[in-house]
Write a protein that binds this ligand. Structure first.
Ligand code: 5BU
Length: 489
């Protein structure tokens, strides 16, 4: 590659403000003193063509059947390569369409074809990996990626660990040196970027459900950790208690006690108590809720060693939820170890709940996804909920989910919509089996309501669900992490 050609390209990019200095928040939340935004090249076709030429020249091998750009900036660059080199391209959507074919990848391909990945910038390598993972699932061979700028923050090592060879046109230090050499930046800016890179080189990528790579080193994924090992990994005392009792009682079953009288509730809790780790309630369904009911329920929770989980699904501003949680006729904070809350209102809801908890050992579970048909939770919403959980690990113990929304072993994923016999009800509920919930959807705790409460013998049914759920968990932790270079292939 002609050095002068690279230098000129860097200067051109500087001129069109594709490189900026200041304080920027990256996708991961990391603060950076510089930002490289190659999106601006779409307004400068000649520069974009040069970028494409440089990327093509950097490719590690000469034999590819396809090129695929990582959305969004990689797409037009890959399109230029495709045109110039007469090589077909693929587009991998960021989200599946909600209509039509629901395809994630557009374009023609056949299994075994070799595809070159094209990306503008890598930080951790996550965006490249996400795209590669999809293409590999379709049977394509993806081993190489060309990247215009490597921010030198661990991304190349992370990708190497998943079997992707990364070649970049430039590293950030080289780019900065070129700008400095041509008087575009001061030595202070150069030093601040060097300092930033040397102190921010720990990034990680998470693969869909198998593993996570931090600076190229494999970190154990939530789905492969035992409940026992997670007793000490979590920041939350109630999560520790729950992991402890799940592993000693050998159960990941939560019964949803959706009954209408206190008598039924207490009778059910006594019958299934030996088989569960949590009893989930909707106390507003009870016709005769009273303090006496709660006292008896607490005694049963002690007797059988399970926790109480009120599925209140708080969803208002902090000030309101604080009053709902810590007062009213149900005074939930007084007796429920865990409560559900929506992420929708933002952080304030957690602060509100915490203020009502007022130092008591309590926790909340954020509803990230729902089991019902037509649920509105988008990928962005789910990510927003997990981010919120990450910010409040001292109060949020996990998420209600229908998929593997987090590989962080600190979080407990609770999955409702579990039944052995039915596929759904007439009001939109959708069921999967305990095995599918644990193995395919990544559940740590399965939530079963009518599958047990409407069984002829709820205790016997609870035992079956407990055994199925726990066997699936044992199968999951036994699953070996695949050879990193084979991940996704
Ligand atoms: P079922 O009888 O197994 O369908 O009861 C499921 C329970 O879980 C019930 O209490 C619901 O309110 C609760 N639930 C759910 O079904 N789906 C969800 O996404 C959430 C909660 Br969040």
């Amino acid at each position: 590659m002609d050095e002068a050609f690279v230098e000129q390209c860097v200067l051109d990019l500087y001129k069109i403000e594709a490189i900026k200095f200041g304080s920027f928040t990256l996708k991961s939340g990391m603060q950076s003193p510089f930002y490289f935004d190659l999106r601006t090249v779409v307004s400068h076709p000649k520069i974009m063509e040069t970028v494409a030429k440089l990327l093509w020249a950097a490719r590690p091998s000469s034999t590819y059947d396809l090129v695929c750009g990582v959305a969004y900036t990689g797409l037009p660059i890959a399109a230029i390569m495709s045109l110039r080199e007469d090589i077909p391209m693929l587009i991998r959507r960021k989200e599946t369409k909600g209509y039509g074919t629901k395809k994630l990848v557009e374009g023609s391909y056949t299994k075994g074809q070799r595809c070159l990945m094209v990306e503008d910038v890598i930080v951790s390598g996550s965006s490249v990996y996400e795209t590669v993972e999809t293409l590999r699932e379709l049977g394509l061979e993806v081993k190489d990626a060309v990247v215009f700028l490597d921010r030198q923050q661990g991304g190349a090592a992370n990708l190497n660990a998943t079997g992707i060879n990364v070649v970049s046109v430039l590293g950030i230090i080289k780019l900065m040196s070129i700008l400095y050499k041509h008087g575009c930046i001061t030595s202070e800016v150069l030093e601040s970027v060097k300092e930033f890179v040397s102190t921010h080189n720990e990034t990680s990528i998470k693969t869909k459900d198998k593993a996570s790579y931090k600076n190229g080193v494999l970190v154990k994924d939530r789905k492969h950790c035992t409940y026992e090992s997670r007793v000490t990994t979590t920041d939350h005392p109630l999560a520790s208690t729950l992991f402890e009792l799940m592993s000693t009682k050998k159960t990941n079953l939560c019964v949803a006690a959706d009954v209408t009288t206190s008598q039924e509730l207490l009778a059910l809790a006594d019958k299934v108590g030996a088989h569960i780790c949590l009893l989930k309630t909707h106390v507003d369904i009870l016709q005769d809720f009273s303090q006496d009911t709660i006292d008896k329920l607490k005694a049963l929770a002690e007797k059988h060693n399970f926790l109480l989980f009120e599925d209140r699904k708080f969803g208002d501003i902090g000030n309101t939820v604080a009053q709902q949680y810590g007062g009213g006729s149900h005074n939930i904070v007084e007796w429920a170890h865990l409560v559900t809350a929506h992420g929708l209102p933002g952080d304030g809801i957690i602060k509100g709940l915490m203020s009502a908890a007022n130092g008591r050992t309590r926790g909340c579970v954020l509803v990230a996804q729902m089991s019902s048909e037509g649920t509105l939770t988008s990928q962005e919403y789910v990510q927003g909920c997990t981010k919120m959980a990450e910010k409040h690990t001292y109060f949020v113990v996990g998420m209600v989910s229908q998929s593997n929304v987090s590989s962080d072993p600190r979080f407990i994923l609770f999955t409702p919509g579990v039944q052995l016999k039915k596929a759904g009800d007439t009001l939109g509920q959708q069921y999967v089996t305990p095995k599918a919930a644990v193995l395919e959807r990544g559940a740590d705790v399965i939530i079963v309501g009518r599958g047990i409460t409407q069984a002829e013998d709820p205790a016997a049914a609870a035992l079956i669900y407990k055994e199925e759920g726990y066997a699936a968990y044992l199968e999951r932790i036994e699953q070996k992490l695949e050879n990193p270079s084979a991940v996704g292939s």
